[in-house]
Design a protein around this ligand. Structure first.
Ligand code: SME
Length: 160
């Protein structure tokens, strides 16, 4: 069994090293993509401080569909180009949003969310999923979070 104990004082660089190695170990050799996404969502939700939602949207027939997550029930389908997740899927670029109320078209699944980070998972030039993280604190995510989750997204290619 894995035992992951969150440490709020841990520097982010170390946190992302831990997340990456735990995520690699959890998904190593496991072909079931849903199981892998479920464990990664749980890992992120448990280890990253100050989140109210962590999970996946998958690209299914050119639209984002809710995948495994931790947090409140969320909207199920998001068209490419809509909201923060749709912007990440459309552009293939991570979206770091310090204030969701200032993001045109932001989709409020949980009224508590104030900032958001969405990172695409790109396989063979195609966005196959996005990792979505929400926080109740404005400006919760910075460039280090973006880089850390992008490294995770790269590691997950072929595993989710
Ligand atoms: N806020 C997202 C929608 C998904 S929820 O945050 C879980 C968006 O604008 O795409």
């Amino acid at each position: 069994m894995f035992d992951f104990t969150p440490n709020p004082d841990q520097p982010k660089s170390e946190l992302y090293e831990d997340i990456l190695s735990a995520a690699r170990a959890l998904t190593e050799g496991e072909p079931d993509k849903i199981a892998n996404m479920a464990n990664i969502a749980a890992l992120l939700y448990q280890l990253m401080p100050d989140l109210n939602w962590a999970g996946f949207y998958r690209m299914v027939k050119d639209e984002l569909v809710l995948g495994p997550f931790c947090g409140k029930p969320a909207c199920i389908r998001i068209p490419v180009g809509r909201g923060v997740c749709g912007a990440a899927a459309e552009t293939g670029e991570s979206q770091l949003v310090p204030d969701v109320h200032a993001f045109p078209g932001h989709i409020a699944c949980d009224a508590q969310s104030r900032s958001e980070l969405v990172v695409p998972v790109i396989e063979k030039d195609r966005v196959v999923a996005v990792i979505d993280l929400d926080s109740p604190s404005p400006g919760r995510f910075d460039a280090e979070d973006k880089n850390g989750i992008e490294a995770l997204a790269s590691m997950l290619i072929g595993r989710i």
